[in-house]
Ligand binder design. Structure first.
Ligand SMILES: C[S@@+](CC[C@H](N)C(=O)[O-])C[C@H]1O[C@@H](n2cnc3c(N)ncnc32)[C@H](O)[C@@H]1O
Length: 257
């Protein structure tokens, strides 16, 4: 398996700090929307769910009440974090571009991890992975943070206190070259523990594709593609879209893994 180029430090040497950057509570509102979207677009009643790029397992911490979930991530450090939050879920190390589990799931979900697909080839591969693991009549849901049409540079900040450590961060999203398929998010992390406070820089190289590219790649993976406006109380209306790929129930006999 090939490690992604420029692996962010957050998923590598700093992975144990993830729960102080992002907590399960941060995901409650959005996971309710993802579940509703999956259930209403499915022709079967979805009971099993595969999440690719599942990270620290914050989505899963809410969705596991409704689905039997298998979690795949490329980072061992993030799988360790998720295993402690979601011990009842199956965890597998794998790359969303080429992992093959040789079984089907009623729904396949790739949340914000899809942004680590920075080339057309990688994005197509990840969509293909989702499609080949999806049961006929089921759905694949893809949730990029940004699409080309609505991308704007931004800054943000956050962080949380743990029992014996605390983290605060500044996040700066910008696009040095609006003609290519990538943008950058630079993070400054302030990490406090019993040895004091240190500051670390981390650069995330992430993918940016247009709506029509998304719809075309999903269609070419054999799914019925749909773009859905994504409305969340923390987001400016009209700035975010998510994408569905619906697998026809008619594929039931022709599906092969
Ligand atoms: C922002 S985190 C996901 C957090 C997740 N939404 C949650 O609920 O906790 C992004 C994750 O994508 C993973 N990732 C990046 N590239 C990947 C790849 N090619 N295959 C699988 N996982 C990948 C990273 O290791 C990281 O854990």
């Amino acid at each position: 398996m090939t490690e992604p180029k420029n692996t962010p430090r957050l998923y590598d040497d700093l992975a144990s700090w993830w729960p102080l950057l992002s907590t399960p509570e941060d995901y409650a509102e959005e996971t309710a929307i993802y579940r509703k979207t999956i259930v209403s677009a499915s022709s079967i009643y979805p009971q099993t769910l595969l999440e690719l790029g599942s990270g620290g397992g914050n989505n899963a911490s809410h969705l596991k009440v409704h689905f039997t979930i298998t979690l795949v991530d490329i980072s061992n450090g993030m799988l360790t974090v998720s295993r402690s939050l979601n011990p009842e879920c199956e965890h597998i190390q794998g790359d969303m571009r080429d992992v093959r589990l040789n079984r089907l799931f009623d729904a396949v979900f790739i949340h914000d991890a899809i942004v680590y697909m920075t080339t057309e080839k990688d994005l197509r591969s990840a969509i293909e992975t989702a499609a080949v693991h999806c049961e006929p009549g089921g759905v694949c849901l893809f949730c990029p943070d940004h699409i080309r049409e609505t991308f704007r540079p931004s800054t943000g900040h956050g962080g949380h206190d743990g029992a014996d450590r605390s983290m605060r961060y500044l996040e700066w999203t910008w696009d040095p070259d609006p003609t290519d398929t990538t943008y950058i998010t630079d993070f400054a992390y302030l990490l406090r523990d019993d040895t004091g406070v240190r500051c670390e820089h981390d650069r995330h190289h992430t993918g940016l594709f247009g709506r029509n590219d998304w719809l075309r790649f999903i269609t070419e993976a054999g799914l019925r593609a749909q773009s859905i406006p994504f409305e969340l109380s923390t987001l400016e209306p009209g700035t975010t879209e998510i994408f569905l790929g619906v697998k026809s129930i008619a594929d039931k006999d022709s599906n092969s893994l």
